[in-house]
Design a protein around this ligand. Sequence first.
Ligand code: BGC
Length: 935
Amino acid sequence: MKLTLAIRANKNIFISEINTKPNYRFMNLIKFTFRGNLLFWILNLVSLISVAKTEVINPVCEYHHNPIGIDVKVPRLSWQIQSEEKNVMQTAYEIRTALSVNDLSKMNRQLWNSGKVVSDQSVNIEYSGSAAESMQRIWWQVRIWDQDNKVSKWSEPAFWETGILNSEDWNAKWITLPDEPESKNSLPVQYYRNEFDVAKTVKSARLYITSRGLYQVYLNGDKVGDQLFTPGWTSYKNRIQYQTYDVTPLLGSKNTIAAKVGEGWYRGFIGWGGQRNYYGDKLALLAQLKIEYTDGTSETIVTDGNWKVSTGPIVKSDIYNGEDYDANLELKGWEKNGFNDAAWKKGNEMDLTTDDLVAPQGEPVRAVEELKAIEQITTPKGEMVFDMGQNMVGWARVKMQGKKGDQVQIKFAEVLDKEGNFYTENLRSARCTDTYIFAEDGTVVYEPSFTFHGFRFVQFIGLEKAPALEDVTGVVIHSDMPSTGSFSCSNELINQLQHNIRWGQKGNFLDVPTDCPQRDERLGWTGDAQAFSMTAGFNFEVAPFYTKWMKDVALDQLENGMIPNVIPDVLNGQGGATGWADVVAIIPWTVYKIYGDTRILEESYPAIQKWIGFMNERAGDDHLWTGDYHFGDWLAFATTSSDYPGATTEKDLIATAYFYYTTILAAKMAAILDRPDDQSKYEMLASQIKKAFDNEFVTPNGRLVSHTQTAYVLALSFGLMPDGLEKAAANYFADDVKKFGHLTTGFLGTPLLCHTLSAIGRDDLAYMLLNRTEYPSWLYPVTQGATTIWERWDGQKPDGTFQDVGMNSFNHYAYGAIGEWLYSHVAGIKLDENNPGYKHFFLAPNPGGELYFVDASFESMYGTIVSDWREEKGIFVYNVEVPANSTATVILPAAKLEEVEMDSALKSKAVQYNDDVKVDLGSGTYSFSYPYLHK
Ligand code: BGC
């Protein structure tokens, strides 16, 4: 049944076509109508109409909702369109901006008005008003015209606020604790404080603050903001982030601003061999508080030599090793007014620049959730251990009882050994221990400040009475990226795999993408990051996170174009590994595909060019990159089983393949960035590399000289096979998978393995690999109780023994890269590279592997995409959702056009497409069903 409503309002005619079939709201309305009175009827009708109207929602600036303290020169604005109508497209928009929310609607008070711009672009529109000044808030609103030229209401007002845009606007001085002894070991956390009065009425106050080391800041005893591990980790040699906080509500007439600064990445242990002081040996604080009064005047409080500094209860604090806290040294009330700091020293002003300070772009790290211990265990060795039920990253907040002088050690482990004892050998030299010394008898609640641990199990040493389960809280921290993806299906093991992939991401997205969160490493390994990036972009919104990190990739690049293996680089420039360094092109390309973001391409492009220059130089005239050291297909199956030589992929082949792939990406980017000369240059180079690859590594029969799954995966998915030999290579590849009956791939082959099998029409083999539960496979760790992705296929063996302790993390996300195939192939949410950012996409599910349902969704920049399929009693039912201002092409697998039930308006557009049915959709929700023969 269809109902067409024509309502005259605001001089526009709104025609809303409402499909009442799934509209329960309307059904209720009818029911109530007959029971209710006229007023009730009218109210309901009005609410129905307002739902049917097209609204602009979720206005964001640089991906953030009302960001403050940003320094992006030309901020980009995005919004979503919500409507209960179908086929909604934006045909034009108008943006208006003003310095106050009330001025938005006053033409003569507006800062900038775009006018009506004929465009269907609703994502990342560049602000083209005059450049903002430092510390300025700009309000904005947008309205759109739809396909029928109906104009929407203005969106809710939103704003962005700039931070300190010019170095001269920093009046604060860097200060530090004077006379600190030199030490090869961790030094105490530093405490800073300053009291000041506020005599007038405050209109607004902003705190701009950063540190060399990690800081936490307090105003009148309250912690300012909920951000953790500030100022974040960047290539400190080039840039340090500062944060901006709105502290208006925290100010009184008498005030104390106080901060503690720990060693963190700046000066603590980082890398190997006891390396400390990588960026410098002095911690320091820089803070500037700008107070604006209602009388129009303002005042600025800054760090300088009048601030007081001391050490306190945190006698040691280190990311790898944990925190030592001595309650006897507590400074009761240090962060509040009236504390006697006579014994504290005056801060030492340092002659350090503020030129390298930048505003953050990624989401801050926060305590995102809390877990309670699920079980207390006394191990065979008699250890007092608590199980958090989940391998997590953060720390334990514990309520514990002790006596004066008691020293309690809180230790962390990911797994128990085969006897069930607490196992920490895989943490290598990381001590991962928090120590608390009681100052008096009683109960305390303790949690550390500047360290994090990767753990599932918590051990207490030195505690007489075990805490209750609810007194051991796991504080889960990570970069607080909005969750964007969900995937669940009829196989519980695969659901647990998806859970593990998400937790692997949470645990390793801590301001930078890390390899692992527990041992003495936790570094931004570039290979791991690129391998996992597409999956990461399904689970969470990663554009801001990667935008920030890619800048450090470019900044840490060496003069000769080499990209260090870890970013931020703390390994003194070691780099240039194939498949690792290529992150410089792969992640920007990923962000472009998922968000349609071209700025990250522009910003990364010079570094990509330099990296290609480096490879070209290493390869020389023959275009084969041979002879250099690489990690290769890291941790492939063969590295754990030497009797499988057929699983080791030659590194020269991998290096030449990535040389080609990155060059192809550069050519595509050059086209997007409108650099036709570069485009032809890279296309030409790519064809030379391909020729060289084919001559060197491909036999005339299409067999690769490295006859391995990874070699075939790279050659086929990068498009390296000579024309006419793809089929032969595909057969060799499929035969190899069949011969082994399992995967043999490592970090480079695994992300593309199932994709490549699907692309050659072998979903049967891809599903066989997915469903396999014996080692090596994705589900083997699941059967062993894993709650995160393991670094190795066999981190813990079926007999409970462990892999090489030298490298055995239980929270490494790289193998979780299968997630992308689950979302895009199994569920069928597939982006269209030619219409990036899901402006157009495919809904193309691929049932198989005994699954009988899959429910998946993805929050795109345009809104929610849903792809839910189920197969029941020979009927395939497919429910989808396409957000407004985007379109999708549905491909119904193994369908006959005449048998498919769908909206009659769609049926005429649908076509038979080989064995499938294909139909183009505008926005809206749709359902399809048809008889289906189980594959
Ligand atoms: C890390 C990795 C990394 C690798 C490179 C390891 O120690 O944990 O995941 O990619 O080194 O060799």
